[in-house]
Design a protein. Structure first.
Length: 221
């Protein structure tokens, strides 16, 4: 059973969406990006990742996309993604209207039954990494890596921006919480880490985030 699950993960492509996918999406009026989770950690795991366009102040869900299992309750100890593999691409529709945020939540379980999630306290607001208007039809790579006994997820955008989220013991609720329990270092202050993230992004999308950072305008939300 576990071999079948990992074989499925191995069959998924790390490459960008097909031309047909992109062409069909041009007919949509709402802005969207292609999102993918890639496992650059040393461990296989089962997981549920959610991205949601949220309307403040009560964080009402406007649009939602899931990668992996649809909900936390469906996560098991049977891994569905192996080290070095990606989830495949999915389309996330975001919103650039006033008082909207892009929320993200990741929970996972290893074959040993160990649970990890984006936990935080106090539960005042969700984890967010806002997508600027210029990112329309761009890419978002959710890069999971080892961090001590837990994990860290880097959310990297086509314009080169990076958000970092720590995953610690136990599941965290989707779209709740505030500041991370663990204070994460500034990604841009670590040139070697940023170089590795850029390399993973180039492999998955063909886009050089370093070049995009240098050329992209500074958007406000």
């Amino acid at each position: 059973m576990r071999k079948s699950a990992l074989a499925l993960a191995g069959a998924l492509s790390l490459g960008p969406p097909t031309g047909a996918f992109c062409t069909a999406a041009h007919a949509d009026e709402a802005p969207w990006v292609s999102v993918q989770l890639v496992n650059r950690s040393s461990r296989s795991f089962d997981y549920s990742l959610q991205m949601a366009s949220l309307k403040r102040p009560f964080y009402r869900v406007i649009s939602l996309v899931t990668l992996g299992k649809p909900s936390i309750g469906e996560i098991t100890d049977v891994p569905i993604i192996a080290p070095g593999y990606g989830s495949g691409w999915a389309r996330y529709t975001y919103n650039t209207r006033f008082w909207t945020s892009d929320g993200v939540s990741l929970n996972l379980q290893t074959p040993a039954g160990k649970r990890f999630g984006m936990r935080s306290w106090p539960p005042l607001s969700p984890h967010t990494c806002n997508i600027p208007p210029s990112m329309r039809e761009g890419y978002v790579l959710l890069n999971v890596q080892d961090r001590g006994s837990g994990f860290v997820m880097y959310e990297q955008l086509s314009n080169g921006d990076v958000c970092a989220f720590g995953l610690t013991d136990g599941y965290g609720p989707a779209f709740r919480g505030g500041r991370e329990q663990i204070e994460l270092a500034d990604t841009f202050a670590d040139p070697e880490l940023l170089r590795r993230l850029d390399a993973d992004f180039i492999e998955a999308t063909g886009i050089d985030p370093a070049r995009a950072r240098a050329e992209a305008p500074q958007d406000g939300r």
